[in-house]
Design a protein around this ligand. Structure first.
Ligand code: UDP
Ligand code: MG
Length: 321
């Protein structure tokens, strides 16, 4: 019989006292089911990451860990945000698991998808994305803005999985590679697809938050979306450059129009020079900004110091070693 995989379910928690006990119960049931089905080893566990909560979250994790042997926890010294908390959890899990699945504490993501994700891992996938099948439980506003956001990201050239958030399985080697990304501005759902390896997805219906409030109010959501765009794409800078070129082209077209008007005497004094300088100067300013921006964009990409490649296998003949 093959050696079974040790699973870590990583759950970032920020003020989640209302949901934690139910979450523990449901995730433990999933672990027990998967252990019984022979999919994972019995030392698999849930790793709650307390992201500087001000309520009883950490106390509940400690209490639960005394009565439930599947419950483990990481307590962060302060609130660092969902993405950083998740990465902290993955970094702890990396030394203690074969596979890790990240899931939100409110269980909006379907826990039954976990077993399907493990099946895909067994079939050779290193990363399995949880993809929302329907957004029926989201508000119309959230549904609309989320869809537009994914389209915009795609248009900006960011590799992003449509309707996938942070519910995903990663193999140990995929986590280890992710931990080599040195950037501070985290947007994991954009970073993970750049790792490579064989990937697949599992679809599920997203339900409503079990209890408690969303920890992503509108402003936080918008700033997260903005982070996603600016962390992954320098196309907005290209846009400034192109608009500079566009304005200069318009200035050239306007040049013939205003000269014609000037000579036919159909203008008030000063209009010709004003019109010309307006378009030409704006064009030159934008072009200059765009050129400076291109350099800043390059510096931005450089300072991330991301690994440049991910070698999966090396095949060498002995005489070449
Ligand atoms: N979260 C966190 N730190 C934060 C904000 C949120 O760890 O600063 C966690 C939160 O406890 C939850 C997950 O991130 O497990 C997603 O948050 P939430 O469900 O509130 O977001 P929504 O589903 O409303 O977008
Ligand atoms: Mg939620």
């Amino acid at each position: 019989m093959s050696v079974k995989n040790r699973l870590a379910i990583v759950v970032p928690c920020f003020n989640e006292q209302e949901v934690l006990i139910e979450t523990t119960k449901r995730l433990s049931e999933v672990i027990i089911k998967c252990v019984d089905a022979g999919k994972i080893s019995d030392d698999s566990y849930i790793l709650f990451v307390n992201d500087g909560s001000s309520d009883r979250t950490w106390e509940i994790v400690q209490e639960q860990s005394k009565v439930n042997r599947y419950v483990c926890g990481v307590n962060l010294a302060g609130n660092v945000g969902h993405q950083n908390a998740l990465l902290a959890g993955l970094s702890v899990a990396a030394d203690n698991c074969d596979i890790a699945i990240s899931i939100d504490a409110d269980l909006q993501d379907d826990v039954n998808a976990i077993s399907k994700m493990i099946d895909k891992y067994e079939k050779g996938c290193d990363i399995v994305y949880g993809v929302r099948d329907s957004r029926a439980t989201d508000t119309l506003f959230k549904r609309y803005t989320a869809q537009k956001f994914y389209k915009l990201m795609k248009g900006l050239g960011v590799k992003c999985i449509y309707n996938h958030a942070d519910f995903r399985l990663m193999s140990n080697r995929a986590i280890r590679f992710l931990l080599r990304y040195e950037e501070r501005n985290l947007f994991l759902r954009g970073m993970v697809p750049t790792i490579g390896y064989k990937t697949d997805s599992v679809t599920y219906d997203r339900s409503k938050r079990m209890a408690g409030e969303s920890k992503y109010p509108l402003m936080k959501m918008l700033s997260f979306a903005f982070d996603g765009i600016t962390s992954f794409s320098v196309r907005p800078i290209h846009f400034v450059l192109y608009s500079g070129v566009f304005f200069i082209l318009i200035a050239i077209a306007i040049f013939s129009y205003v000269t014609y008007s000037f000579f036919t005497g159909n203008v008030v004094p000063g209009w010709t020079s004003l019109m010309l300088s307006l378009w030409l100067c704006s064009g030159c300013v934008l072009l200059g900004l765009g050129v400076v921006g291109e350099y800043i964009g390059k510096i931005y990409m450089e300072v991330k110091r991301r690994p440049r490649y991910n070698i999966e296998n090396v095949l060498l003949h002995e005489q070449n070693c």
